[in-house]
Design a binder for this molecule. Structure first.
Ligand code: HEC
Length: 141
């Protein structure tokens, strides 16, 4: 039997790998791409109130009910999440991002960050009453 030269084998692998890579790309980009198109890092958000900011920014990843989502990526629930009890932690994440989560320090002002953080921490079953003010957000920048 004639053994094919290695290049043919390589070409075969490449041919087979292409659709596989495309598929992988589609799976990997599915949820984040959707979220990514909703949140353009250059957008300056005009909304000022917590609920509107949550709807415009956070819910694309953390879902409208804040229960998060799990697909190719993991979007943690903010609802009933004990880590949300730490105001500083939430402010820090929104300002500076956190792994797969983008930073919003350049797109939100201090008041907007405070409003959306306070909203998340006092809704969705979270009942944290120590609200943050814009000065505290400013300090965390
Ligand atoms: C583009 C998607 C995306 C957007 C938009 C987004 N997040 Fe996130 N967020 C994530 C991901 C992904 C993580 C988890 C990061 C990790 O653990 O690796 C996360 C983590 C968090 C955490 C930490 C949760 C924990 O259990 O430690 C908080 C708090 C949070 N986000 C709040 C917000 C708020 C508030 C907004 C809106 C201002 C927001 N996020 C917008 C993707 C996003």
């Amino acid at each position: 039997m004639k053994i094919p030269p290695p290049t043919i084998g390589l070409r075969l692998i490449r041919q087979r790998a292409l659709p596989l890579l495309c598929l992988l790309g589609a799976v990997v980009t599915g949820l984040p791409a959707q979220a990514g198109t909703m949140v353009n890092p250059d957008t300056h958000f005009s909304a000022t109130e917590g609920p509107e900011l949550y709807a415009a920014i956070c819910q694309g990843c953390h879902m409208p009910d804040a229960k998060g989502a799990q697909g190719a990526g993991k979007y943690p629930a903010l609802a009933g999440n004990p880590r949300v009890a730490s105001a500083g932690y939430v402010v820090h994440n929104v300002l500076h991002g956190y792994h797969g989560m983008p930073a919003f320090a350049d797109t939100l002002d201090d008041q907007q960050v405070a409003n959306v953080v306070n909203y998340v921490r006092s809704h969705f079953g979270n009942s944290d009453t120590d609200l943050v003010n814009p000065d505290q957000v400013h300090q965390a920048r």
